[in-house]
Design a binder for this molecule. Structure first.
Ligand code: BES
Ligand code: MN
Ligand code: MN
Length: 459
């Protein structure tokens, strides 16, 4: 079924305003990781709450220990209608390195049909398209076929530290029949996608302490363990030559997805060469015996995200560094858990640490992996709504990234979670020149407006 004509005419008539309003939000540098942007992050929360009020929701900005949570509501649907919770985040990643942006990160610019700005696709554009979809219903008809809660958080990019507690404390007000999230990507342009899995995360900081201060590498070198070498040796034990993680017990809880899931993955239009070109790496590499999509979606990883030690300035400085540090993150798959991986990581590092240094490990973030059972009326409605907006049947895809709150929603609110994202491959999320396709921004609105109609008529 195509999108209802009254909604379609609303979208057609208000397209340029929908773009201009998103641009206002994109101009606010709500970088959650940086305290110098705290006032901007608070301003983005207020802006989002105000945008909800303008279209007829009631909205409240809830302070937390960190950045505020915005909750908007509309509860006037006919008796028996479903309650749906839409989640998104208004915070963004830092924009650095600034010199690599072709237009300023907080001055949205359209080039080749794409909106370039930090947060355009992750996640402001995808959050705001939901607000526009709700607006279409309330403007064209004065009502919605479902009850809605829109929850926008400001700490997703720093690990959603305070959100589980917030959901727990407000579980009664947030009670719902379904959760809908747009914070991911479509598998290919024009190909709407429903996510069936996300990886989890266990993020560590590993510090190696050697001598009390940097030492002359001639006077002391050879007689003291070098922390940089010790760290390199520790990190080098984490994989074998086949890309298999060598931490004892690491794979114990990894669930096999079965042949059916693997077969379904092979039907997706995916090309290794194209994917390699997207990365710019000279060749692809990963765990032996698995395809690229299997490596990305159903296998865990252990990656160095950052390394720091010794002298890295111009020229040579003969120094034996006092310490070394690595940021190491593991992407997890069902049924691994960050707590168990924490234990295994500590035991492994303790076992392989060479004598003469002290190692400390801290876990910075944890998030559970997630895999959906895509049966039921919510997913059928989503398939029809996406088909209506994109004129093409959606595919089921997996995802290598993490949205830690998904597991919390399911656990605390006991509602199924639908992940429908409108990003695209190559969108540069977290990188310079992030973009969101304008077409997807506008079609995403239509798909979500159609979803409310589908869920209204199926209840
Ligand atoms: N929107 C992403 C998650 C994502 C990435 C979904 C790619 C689908 C495809 C989210 O904003 C994000 O970046 N999550 C972090 C979580 C971390 C900060 C705890 C991630 O995956 O690194
Ligand atoms: Mn995101
Ligand atoms: Mn992100």
């Amino acid at each position: 079924m195509p999108l209802a004509t009254d909604l379609e005419s609303h979208f057609a008539a208000h397209q340029s305003r929908a773009r201009d309003e998103l641009f206002e939000l994109l101009r606010i540098p709500s970088v959650s990781a940086r305290s110098e942007h705290n006032a901007d992050t608070a301003r983005a929360a207020d802006w989002v709450a105000e945008s909800m009020r303008k279209i007829g929701l009631t909205a409240k900005v809830h302070p937390t220990k960190g950045h505020p949570v915005v909750v908007g509501e509309w509860r006037k649907a006919p008796k028996g209608a479903q309650m749906v919770l839409v989640y998104g985040h208004y915070d963004v990643q830092p924009a650095e390195p600034l010199e690599l942006w072709h237009s300023p990160p907080f001055e949205p610019t359209v080039r080749n049909g794409n909106i370039y700005a930090r947060g355009s696709v992750d996640d402001k554009g995808q959050l705001f398209l939901h607000i526009k979809a709700i607006e279409a219903h309330l403007t064209a008809r004065g009502k919605l076929p479902v009850n809605l809660i829109v929850l926008a958080e400001g700490e997703e990019e720093v690990g959603s530290e305070n959100l589980a507690e917030f959901i727990q404390a407000h579980a009664k007000e947030l009670a719902c029949d379904a959760v809908v999230i747009s914070d991911s990507s479509m598998f290919a342009p024009g190909l709407p996608s429903i996510l069936s899995s996300l990886r989890g995360l266990a993020y560590f900081q590993i510090e190696v302490q050697g001598p009390a201060s940097d030492l002359h590498s001639g006077i002391y070198g050879g007689a003291v363990m070098n922390p940089a070498m010790a760290l390199a040796r520790i990190l080098a034990t984490m994989h074998d030559a086949n890309g298999h993680i060598a931490i004892e017990g690491f794979y114990d809880d990894v669930r096999d997805w079965g042949d059916a899931a693997r077969k379904e993955m092979r039907t997706l239009p995916f090309d290794d060469t194209h994917f390699r070109d997207e990365t710019g790496a000279p060749a692809l590499f990963g765990e032996k015996g698995y395809s690229t999509l299997e490596r990305l979606w159903m296998r865990p990883t252990c990656e160095v995200n950052g390394l720091l030690s010794g002298y890295t300035g111009e020229g040579a400085k003969t120094v034996l560094p006092a310490n070394a540090m690595a940021k190491v993150s593991c992407r997890l798959v069902p049924d691994q858990s960050p707590d168990k991986i924490d234990t295994l990581m500590r035991a492994h590092v303790a076992r392989v640490t060479p004598p003469g240094v002290k190692v400390t490990i801290e876990q910075l973030h944890g998030g559970m992996p997630w895999r959906a059972n895509l049966d039921g009326p919510l997913f059928d409605a989503a398939r029809r709504a996406l088909a209506a907006a994109f004129d093409r049947e959606p595919v089921i895809t997996g995802e290598g990234g993490s949205i830690p709150v998904v597991g919390d929603f399911q656990r605390i609110l006991k509602a199924p979670v639908l992940l429908v994202g409108f990003g695209l491959p190559g969108e540069n999320a977290h990188a310079p020149n992030e973009w969101m396709s304008e077409e997807n921004y506008f079609k995403g609105m239509r798909a979500m407006a159609a979803l409310w109609d589908e869920l209204g008529s199926s209840s």
